[in-house]
Design a binder for this molecule. Structure first.
Ligand code: NAP
Length: 325
């Protein structure tokens, strides 16, 4: 009997939170996975170190700013699926490096879409869109696929442009170019310069006497926080649908950063007010006060529903950091 062909997938941003979870998910489903990593001066593969010797995982050097490498990888692999998770993904830092943010998050996507159109038109493409594409004050929550998108930061602008390019390649060229507008999602693998991870790592260090204070910016911002492994499953589900589309992926619950802090310190029996200090320059020039998503379309199309609750997410992150800091 002929051996079943393994599906192939390219993942950009494979060293990041979502990319690493997606690589694990696809390998568990017997894909051949090609993970795009950029060359940096310190080893940046700790989230995927356990996959590097997997016989069906292939590490490929490339960069979203090096368009030749994106085209070459697309042409060489002609993958069944292409997941674009790579990005300059930190909102506050995008105010400091706006040009780099736009180049990486928008032009990289354009190059991938065009390479797929020209050389591998059957490839299914997923673009990681973000709730930061919303955010104009006064627009009523919850946000769904029809809510006006008026971003408030360079990151949101870069993602919105990439979102429109994805739509254009779908409508104009008939590509399976699909996207999820994902609200915040967290895990122990969250990057250290995101507020949730910064909080849970500080809680663990303070508890162990290795840190005295935690410096934060705006505690009032509210976010819709989900669990990254569940959100990655949602993305894989979107890629299985008959048609490409746009889906909000969110929990439908919102909590302030203050609530996150209180919950995290409470988990180790500490009063957060004794350890948290406000540092003005950590506030964004222009903040989005409230993000809350409505994932009704996603639920109706796929049956997907988040299971992890806010308190469980905070607990899991603190637990991990207590064991690892
Ligand atoms: P992340 O942990 O910050 O990972 C970003 C990845 O992109 C890393 O692997 C990073 O590589 C890579 N990258 C950055 N610049 C690159 C470049 N020039 N060329 C190639 N790769 C580059 O982000 P995440 O949380 O996994 O998020 C995945 C995607 O979803 C991102 O596009 C993000 O904007 C989007 N998103 C995330 C959320 C969320 O709450 N997590 C919500 C909505 C949308 P290094 O490891 O070398 O830095």
């Amino acid at each position: 009997m002929a051996k079943k062909r393994r599906k192939t997938a390219i993942i950009t941003g494979v060293t990041g939170q979502d990319g690493s979870y997606m690589a694990e998910l696809l390998l568990s489903k017997e894909y051949e996975v090609y993970g795009l990593m950029r060359r940096v001066s310190t080893w940046n593969s700790r989230r995927i170190d356990h996959l590097l010797e997997h016989p069906h995982f292939h590490k490929k050097y490339g960069d979203l700013d090096d368009h030749a490498s994106l085209i070459a990888l697309t042409v060489d692999v002609k993958p069944d699926e292409f997941y674009n998770f790579g990005a300059m993904s930190q909102v506050r830092i995008s105010f400091e490096i706006p040009r780099d943010t736009i180049t990486t998050n928008t032009l990289g996507v354009l190059t991938i879409l065009d390479a797929i159109r020209r050389f591998s038109p059957k490839t299914r493409f997923y673009q990681a869109s973000s709730s930061e594409m919303f955010g104009e004050p006064g627009v009523p929550v919850p946000f769904n696929e029809k809510t006006p998108m008026i971003p408030q930061n360079p990151y949101g602008v870069s993602k919105l442009a990439a979102y429109h390019l994805t739509q254009q390649y779908r409508h104009g060229y008939g590509l399976f170019a699909t996207t999820g507008i994902l609200f915040n999602h967290e895990s122990p693998r969250r990057g250290e310069n995101f507020v949730t991870k910064k909080v849970t790592q500080a809680v663990a260090r303070i508890k162990k006497g290795k840190q005295n204070f935690l410096m934060l910016g705006n505690l009032d911002a509210k976010r819709d926080w989900g669990w990254a492994p569940e959100f990655v499953e949602a993305i894989h589900t979107i890629m299985r649908l008959d048609k490409p589309d746009v889906f909000v992926v969110a929990t439908g619950e919102t909590h302030s950063i203050r609530e996150f802090v209180e919950e995290a310190f409470g988990h180790v029996g500490l009063d957060w007010k004794k350890f948290v200090k406000i540092q003005e320059d950590l506030k964004r020039p222009n903040d989005v006060p409230l993000l809350l998503g409505d994932a009704t379309k996603m639920r109706r199309a796929t049956g997907w529903k988040p299971k992890m609750k806010f308190k469980d997410i905070v607990r899991e992150m603190v637990k991990y950091d207590l064991e690892h800091v």
